[in-house]
Ligand binder design. Structure first.
Ligand code: NAD
Length: 336
């Protein structure tokens, strides 16, 4: 494809920070970036007319119907500014001749550190302490925590983020168990002990999810697997919402079987996250129920949200477009 021509890229689900970091990465002005706050779906795909590429995020829809609409208006490339690609129909993209790029690694530290933040918040009841102290209440009742030192932490998915999280937990003096179809040599070298999933759930005081959302991992945490967990164990999810059956988790919380839940992702988050809904009534009763538990902490998919991560995401996104124009494929191509 000819380079040097002014080419339009439509950026969906764009927030002020996307604009800031992508404009910096595109400082030479090779591309005309058109930022849309709209989420990409079948109603908004037409807004990309005139562009050759679309830049999308985690909750944009890239199913067969949307991809076909994009192809009809001349879109040749979709660059995801995230690592996960569970929202893309890769078979449809291949049939339609649309290349898909992603950012496979930006800052595993960002997500791993946020997972630790959720754990410490729950374990030391920081969310309760913060509010109490501001109201002049310095009583400690209800704030009793437990030492992480000496506890067993189960890491489901020992990829880049899971390994980083494991390393931090080992630093805390925890024993780390891993469950992953692939035993990573680096994880083994830092002391992660691989066990079957059942054993991990049975023996862990803290279970943290770091696997991708795949058909095999959909609702991996469900009624049955929750029953295998130690009573009072803490569950953390910063991977993808669909890995956890939220209704089953609510039942476990109501029964007092789960000691705590820290989530940055939620299976129906696309209707909630990345927007200010503070003046709206939340329509999702399952999500609203989650917020009523004092041992649940929810963040709105912000684990990736650090300056370092956003810089790498923007630079890799522009590099994916550059490489596509030179070589016909983004540098970090996603394919079946
Ligand atoms: P990665 O590809 O490096 O690691 C994923 C690991 O999961 C791999 O080792 C893989 O073998 C393992 N896995 C696959 N199927 C499994 C199964 N059935 N059981 C156990 N393990 C399984 O990915 P990563 O960079 O570490 O990211 C992990 C996930 O974190 C991503 O897929 C993404 O969904 C999520 N993520 C979330 C945020 C956020 O802001 N909350 C940001 C980035 C990534």
């Amino acid at each position: 494809m000819e380079t040097g021509v002014f080419m339009d890229v439509v950026v969906y689900s764009a927030r002020a920070y996307d604009r800031q970091f992508l404009n910096l990465a595109n400082a030479e002005g090779r591309y005309r970036l058109k930022f849309l706050e709209l989420r990409l779906d079948r109603h908004t795909a037409a807004a990309a007319a005139g562009a050759f590429a679309v830049c999308a995020f985690v909750n944009d829809t890239l199913d067969a119907e949307v991809l076909a609409l994009l192809q009809q208006i001349g879109i040749k490339l979709v660059v995801l500014r995230c690592a996960g690609f569970n929202n893309v129909d890769l078979d449809a993209a291949a049939k339609l001749g649309i290349a898909i790029g992603r950012v496979p690694e930006y800052s595993p530290y960002a997500v791993a550190e946020h997972t630790v933040a959720l754990l410490l918040m729950l374990n030391r009841r920081l969310h309760r302490a913060y509010n109490r102290v501001r109201e002049g209440n310095f009583a400690l009742d209800g704030l009793l925590g437990f030492d992480l030192h000496g506890k067993t932490v189960g890491v489901i998915g020992t990829g880049k983020i899971g390994r980083c999280f494991a390393r931090i937990m080992i630093g805390f003096g925890c024993t780390v168990l891993g469950a992953d179809p692939y035993q990573d040599p680096e994880a083994l070298s830092i002391g992660v002990r691989y066990v079957p999933l059942d054993a991990l759930l049975r023996d862990s005081d803290v279970v943290s999810l770091h696997c991708p959302l795949l058909p095999a991992t959909h609702h991996l945490i469900n009624k049955e697997t929750l029953q295998l967990m130690k009573p009072g164990a803490v569950l953390l999810n910063t991977s993808r919402g669909g890995v956890v059956d939220t209704a089953a988790v609510i039942t476990a919380l109501k029964q007092g079987r789960l000691g705590g839940l820290g989530i940055d992702v939620y299976e129906e988050e696309s209707n909630l996250f990345f927007r200010d809904m503070s003046d709206d009534a939340i329509q999702d009763d399952v999500f609203a129920r989650l917020l009523t538990f004092s041992n649940v902490v929810v963040t709105g998919h912000q684990a990736f949200f650090t300056q370092e991560a956003l810089t790498t995401i923007a630079e890799t996104t522009i590099d994916n477009i550059d490489t596509f124009l030179k070589e016909g494929q983004p540098r970090y191509v996603v394919s079946r």
